[in-house]
Design a protein around this ligand. Structure first.
Ligand SMILES: Nc1ncnc2c1ncn2[C@@H]1O[C@H](COP(=O)(O)OP(=O)(O)O)[C@@H](O)[C@H]1O
Ligand SMILES: [Mg+2]
Length: 285
């Protein structure tokens, strides 16, 4: 895609690094007081890296992601994309959510086209949408409406719409959380295929420890330390091995136990987690 001078269409054919420097977020809690949700979050995400963000419900995962996309702003520290501050609705980012959020009266192809940067010429729009529909395996459903396809297909449409923005940073907030277990595994494979085809930087919020281990280069575990207000990075784990990883490996099982313990799951739960993963048939499906 040709580059233009306008900052508003500054999407990228390249992946951008994201740096969090002492990031904190406090929300007003009435009577002039405030409640600290996040504090002292410092990490550099490499261009093209897949970083998974784990943490218990309400610990600030979505808030952290929103600050990258410019949907929220830190009250301490800074978030930088490719060296410059994240702008409001930063055009360098695309966001995918747990629900596909498609327009029901538009076709699958039209929904994907909604993600294209403004002022994309018609011919390149057609090419991009065709390529993305093919990439997410929906070529036979281009003219269908969202209600005529399965939940997994709707979520694939949503992923393709995010990719249509040609983002340098892809922000995914529990993107597969509403899907059944097998569809979720297929979506994880798809995300890896997509990432291999165009290695954008991915920040993936999930509360599925196995998903994080399967997809990420690194995992950060957010949580509170002691009685301190606000969650911060309690653990950073570099996931060993190359993708696609063997879901049953002993090395990952050890990390799984550590992450589950960090999320407050007891040893019995941890043992069950390992057991149930082993019953999943081997990849690819
Ligand atoms: N705009 C807001 N105003 C006030 N509180 C908020 C706002 N957004 C998030 N919060 C609070 O911040 C905390 C973290 O929320 P969130 O980032 O959504 O958590 P998570 O995604 O980890 O479940 C929650 O307690 C939530 O109520
Ligand atoms: Mg959330």
């Amino acid at each position: 895609m040709s580059s233009t001078a306008s900052a508003h269409v500054a999407t990228a054919d390249q992946a951008f690094g994201v740096s969090f420097d002492g990031v904190g977020r406090a929300f007003p809690s009435g009577k002039g007081e405030s409640r600290t949700v996040l504090r002292d979050v410092t990490i550099d995400v490499e261009p093209g890296e897949i970083l998974a963000i784990l943490g218990t419900s309400g610990c600030g995962k979505s808030t952290l992601l929103r600050m990258v996309g410019g949907l929220d702003a830190p009250t301490a520290g800074s978030v930088r994309i490719d060296g410059s501050a994240a702008a409001t609705y930063d055009a360098r980012c695309a966001v995918g959510f747990q629900e596909p959020r498609l327009l029901p009266w538009r076709s699958i192809a039209e929904n994907i086209a909604l993600g294209l940067p403004k002022r994309t010429p018609a011919s390149s729009a057609r090419d991009t949408v065709a390529r993305l529909i093919d990439l997410v395996g929906l070529s036979d459903f281009a003219g269908h409406r969202p209600r005529e396809v399965s939940g997994g297909m709707a979520q694939r449409t949503s992923l393709a719409r995010a990719l249509a923005r040609n983002p340098g940073v892809l922000l995914l907030d529990e993107p597969f959380g509403a899907l059944d277990a097998l569809t979720r595994l297929k979506m994880q494979d798809l995300l890896l295929d997509v990432h291999a085809a165009a290695p954008t930087t991915v920040l993936l919020v999930t509360h599925d420890v196995d998903e994080a281990l399967q997809l990420a280069d690194r995992i950060i575990l957010l949580g509170r330390e002691g009685d301190t207000a606000g969650a911060t990075i309690r653990e950073t784990i570099v996931v060993p091995g190359h993708r696609p990883r063997d879901r049953g490996s002993a090395e990952l099982a050890e990390l799984r136990g550590r992450l589950l313990a960090g999320l407050g799951i007891d040893r019995h739960g941890e043992a069950r987690g390992i057991e149930s993963t082993r019953t999943i048939p081997h990849y690819p499906y």
